[in-house]
Design a binder for this molecule. Structure first.
Ligand code: FAD
Length: 147
């Protein structure tokens, strides 16, 4: 059934060139667009940028998640998009976020997260569940910090 709730996890490699300001501007623009688009189609999730990689969780009705991911794969601001998991789930993990940014602040992620292997973060060594748990853990830390 196309309306069943699905969760998709992928990672990709940044292809935005230029200095940290250029990367920061790209991430801000991606997030702003994501929040508007995802809210419209009932998709929620989280995005992280670290060690030159994006990692993202998308959750929502299957057809909506597929459509959003189709567009994401065609975006030339990143490449080598690797799908780790796409499975039905009983409930959303990021239900308050049309697209939240987790981990370091966007500025710090752009400044320090471009260092490949700089933090030891390597999504290629993780499966979908592990990457999902990483993003969910960071999201929970941020929600508690905001309390
Ligand atoms: P428009 O914003 O009108 O864009 C039209 C085209 O231009 C698209 O092909 C777009 O890829 C391209 N484009 C737009 N701005 C730039 C730019 N500054 N540089 C290069 N190309 C550009 N979109 C979502 O809707 N939801 C998400 O959760 C989401 N997550 C993303 C995560 C990552 C890591 C990346 C790189 C992109 C993500 N995007 C997401 C953006 C997505 O790839 C599309 O750019 C966006 O969905 C297109 O929105 P639109 O159809 O309204 O077209």
């Amino acid at each position: 059934m196309s309306d069943e709730l699905y969760r998709l996890v992928y990672y990709s490699h940044n292809t935005v060139t230029g200095d940290a300001d250029a990367v920061e501007a790209a991430i801000i623009s991606i997030l702003a667009k994501s929040q508007v688009n995802n809210q419209r189609v009932g998709v929620t999730g989280a995005l992280m940028f670290n060690s030159g990689c994006f990692a993202q969780v998308l959750e929502g009705p299957r057809s909506a998640v597929e459509e959003v991911f189709e567009r994401i794969q065609q975006d030339d601001r990143h490449g080598d998009v690797s799908l780790l998991s796409f499975d039905p789930v009983p409930a959303r993990a990021f239900e308050n976020w049309s697209m939240g940014f987790v981990g370091a602040s966007i500025g710090d992620a752009a400044r320090y997260g471009v260092l490949v292997n700089g933090s030891g973060f390597d999504p290629a060594k993780m499966d979908g569940d592990a990457l999902f748990e990483t993003l969910r853990g960071l999201a929970m830390e941020e929600e508690h910090a905001a309390d």
